[in-house]
Every structure is written in structure tokens, then in C-alpha cells.
Ligand binder design. Sequence first.
Ligand SMILES: [Zn+2]
Ligand SMILES: [Zn+2]
Length: 94
Amino acid sequence: MPCYVIYDKDRKPTGHMCGDLGPHCSNCGSGGDNLCDYPVGDGKTCDRSLCGYHSAEVAPDVHYCPAHHDEWLKFKATGGVKRELENVVPFKKP
Ligand SMILES: [Zn+2]
Ligand SMILES: [Zn+2]
């Protein structure tokens, strides 16, 4: 029977729970509530299972694992999203 680690709000393991509760989070021993929705090509997504703590919600019902959330933040920081928007909407200089 799989066992899951229970964390308190400060991320200290407070105990564990055993039972058939689905996949583990791929980043800790907690239960995986979400899957990483980051596209990895071929119409596939990363699909790593993630607990609430390790899933970053980037849009309603779209979750990224910590590694992919990092990539996404870098992509945004380099202006990737802005450039895409500017291709759709004519960019006017003030
Ligand atoms: Zn986790
Ligand atoms: Zn991922």
C-alpha cells in the first residue's frame, strides 16, 4: 500500500497516510493532486504529478511543475509572451 507524507503549512513533515490515493508528487512524498500541463512537443504534456504545494497554477486549471514553472518565468522575463502579443496587436510607440 503506498504511503504519503503529510506536511503542515511550513512544509514540515507531520506524519504520513497510507492508502491507494493515486500517484505521488514527483517533488516530495505528498499526494499528487495535479499534473504538469507544460507542453513538451508531439501534443504531449510533461504530466509529472504534483501536490498542491509543488504545482504552480499559471492559468485556471493549468499547472506547471517547479522546473517548468522556472522555464516559463524565464520565457516571460525575456519578453517571449510580449513578443507574441505584439505580433497580433500592432505595437504603437508613445
Ligand atoms: Zn510536492
Ligand atoms: Zn513539468
